[in-house]
Design a binder for this molecule. Sequence first.
Ligand SMILES: [Zn+2]
Length: 433
Amino acid sequence: MTTHTDAGFDAVATTAEAAADFLRDFATMSEFGATPNGGVDRQAASEADVAQRRWLAQLLESRGLRVEYDRIGNQFGLLELNPGAPYVIVGSHMDSQPTAGRFDGAYGVLAGAHAAFRLAEEWAADGIIPPCNVAVVNWFNEEGSRFAPSMMGSSVYTGALPLEQAFATTDRAGVSVAEALAPTGFLGHGDGPRAASCAEIHIEQGRLLENAGTTIGLVSASWAASKYVVTVEGAQAHSGATVMEDRQDALYGAALLVVFARELADRFPGVLHTAVGQLDVYPNSPVVVASEVKLLLDLRCADETILAEANALLRERFIEIERQARVGIRQSLSHAWGINPYQPEGVELARASAAKLGHAHGDILTVAGHDSINMKEIVPTVMLFVPSVDGISHNEGEYTRDDDLLAGLEVLTDVVRRLAHGELPATDGTVRR
Ligand SMILES: [Zn+2]
């Protein structure tokens, strides 16, 4: 099938050979850090992450792309056809949560790579030198499970996070990002390729697309979020002998907070998502009342007014819990952002691509954070979703059907083609930072 796009470029369906090629690479890629239940464990700069990055470098080089790393270890495969011109940055992340699914992030990097491979062949065959080059990207540490904060690589690239702060971040074993990256050979010197625009495709991680029978989600904005770092301070005591009214049980205080986070979400059904995703208990010992609990509490919301109300209720509850559990609570907002739109022109560009290729499509918001949320702050950025079966994500059972993976690749390829031809010019030229 060949259809004509508005810009005069052909949107071509993926050939059976290219589809098989992509699915074969996807299967190979999923072996890195594979878990017995069909998932992956590939936390940032872990052995599996490093091995997979080496594999990706080989794949990119075998198809004629030049592989480079920037100063925070973001991995780029450069298709430089127009020396000196800026790049369409296309990709996602290959690191994962512990016991995660094999689609989250990794699909977007491989789809970006295959889009670049196909465009390289197409442009070579047609003798075309596009106005922009293409860089496939594998952002470093998107998940933030080993090194918080998440979206670290894209945050440093876009200037939202100082390099020194990223380097100094340590994992639970006390290993810093700088120490973890140093032996890998992934630390470059520069700022990475200069961006003109960006495209990212990702699994939805929810079930809106599946419920609606939609194949391609056109992401128009991200949910607002408030992320708290909380320390509950009590006093260590004998868990049997200490009289109940004397206890200052930090774990009890933390538990009240965990329960309240859920109650808060239940108060605003469908609009507010909340969770405590990490809990560190000290001393975490069998016969000891905990003296300190550290936890991370996230609020994500589709409505900024409701988020403000939820934050106010949470702050009231902090004070009540201090009294109820006889503990102290220290808390700070580690991240806060509002409803954040993607450039509407990018949404329309992606809509045109999906429509021409005949894939069911519709607008959607992203609840989860993505590297493209950072990128859209500096250049025009297009974000696409494909369906997640049953909305399962951050779980080994994560699944997206082959047909949807291939449809997404097809639309992404057309989006990158259009971006490389300058269909979405930056309002301030093509210079970032
Ligand atoms: Zn992801």
